[in-house]
Design a protein around this ligand. Structure first.
Ligand code: TXA
Ligand code: MG
Length: 331
């Protein structure tokens, strides 16, 4: 199968609608990362997404809908706080989990009685969802466990030959996946941290918890238990307070002839004495936006990446640290 990267226009949207209506999958941009979408009502199409990605079949998918879509078609028991959050943050990088009405394919939620719904903000995503006029089940458009794609070229390098079309919406601005929020209880609970932070949710909903699985408990969001976001090169993570150790490690690898590079924010880059580095940027928002771009650049050009965590771990950095920790082998 030949894979085509297409600009988003009437012609490419028409092609996508045909592919989706025939049970195929299409990659499309969102403001977080690229998604790999299929008709959420079609069992075969949804199962095929798991096959294309090599995704474990107990890790449920998010259903993406157009901003005008009435989600009460798909879910019930929508609490007041969720209505407020949706009014404030949607369309945007916030996925909300509700009790499912069981209307979409059971493969979407892998047998759970809940359904995760996302209304992406990206103009291209909205155009795609409007044109196909269906709820679209979509995980990130990468091979399972690899770094999520934030450009059409990233999708191509993972899925070339496996899908027909990648809609090109440029570089995703957000850079890490949406916040996944459980809205089935009295208090909203973050299952996966992201660009919509705990503080932002609390400010609207009055309160917000962060789910931490207890030892031996069946996890609420199965995606949490898998290794994720790993580049195809060795990666290590150090705290800024361990910088001496990080520099020592870098020099040791360099002396062994290994192509090594730091992955750090701008402040840290001034403290590493002219060694190679990939710059993650200035603040949390920059760092989120650049993280996957730089991890993918790093795996192409180096054998070993040494990430140094920024000092500030608040807000968006909670989500960034979650991804970075999962990407790095020494954690
Ligand atoms: O930003 C995003 O969310 C991107 C773009 C493409 O929209 N999508 C994405 O999908 O990151 P994926 O499949 O890579 O991650 C979906 C996450 C997983 O951690 C999964 O366990 C969780 O959402 N999830 C999906 N349905 C769920 C449910 N019913 N209950 C709890 N967690 C759920
Ligand atoms: Mg993913």
């Amino acid at each position: 199968m030949n894979t085509h990267i297409l600009n988003i226009d009437e012609n490419s949207l028409k092609i996508c609608k045909k592919i989706i209506s025939e049970g195929g999958a299409v990659a499309f941009p969102t403001e977080t990362v690229y998604g790999l979408g299929a008709n959420a009502f079609d069992d075969t199409a949804v199962n095929n997404i798991f096959k294309i990605k090599g995704r474990p079949n107990d890790n449920p998918l998010i259903v993406h809908v157009h901003q005008d879509y009435d989600i009460s078609n798909l879910v019930c028991n929508i609490p007041d706080y969720a209505v407020k959050l949706a009014k404030t943050y949607l369309p945007g990088p916030l996925t909300m989990v509700y009790k499912s009405k069981g209307k979409v394919s059971s493969a979407v939620s892998c047998g759970l009685d809940t359904l995760a719904i996302r209304v992406p903000e990206h103009k291209g995503a909205q155009e795609f969802l409007k044109y196909v006029n269906l709820p679209i089940a979509a995980p990130s458009a990468n091979i399972s466990k690899h770094v999520s794609p934030v450009t059409a070229e990233h999708v191509y390098s993972d899925l070339n030959g496996k899908i027909q079309v990648i809609l090109d919406g440029g570089k995703c601005s957000g850079g890490i996946e949406s916040t996944v929020l459980d809205c089935t209880g009295d208090v909203p609970t973050i299952l996966r941290s992201g660009l919509i932070t705990q503080e932002m949710i609390s400010a609207v909903a009055g309160d917000c918890l962060v789910y931490i699985p207890k030892d031996g408990e069946k996890v609420k969001s199965p995606g949490m238990k898998y290794k994720h976001y790993s580049p195809n090169c060795d990666t290590m993570l150090y705290e800024l307070s361990e910088l001496d150790k990080a520099l020592e490690t870098y020099d040791k690898f360099l002396a062994e002839g290994i192509k090594v590079c730091f992955l750090c924010d701008e402040i840290t880059s001034k403290l590493i004495g002219g060694r190679n580095f990939l710059n993650l940027g200035k603040d949390g928002k920059d760092i989120a936006s650049n993280l996957y771009l730089k991890l993918r650049e790093g795996e192409k050009n180096f054998q070993m990446l040494i990430a140094v965590a920024p000092q500030d771990k608040s807000g968006v950095m909670v989500g960034v640290m979650n991804r970075l920790t999962k990407a790095c082998k020494n954690k």
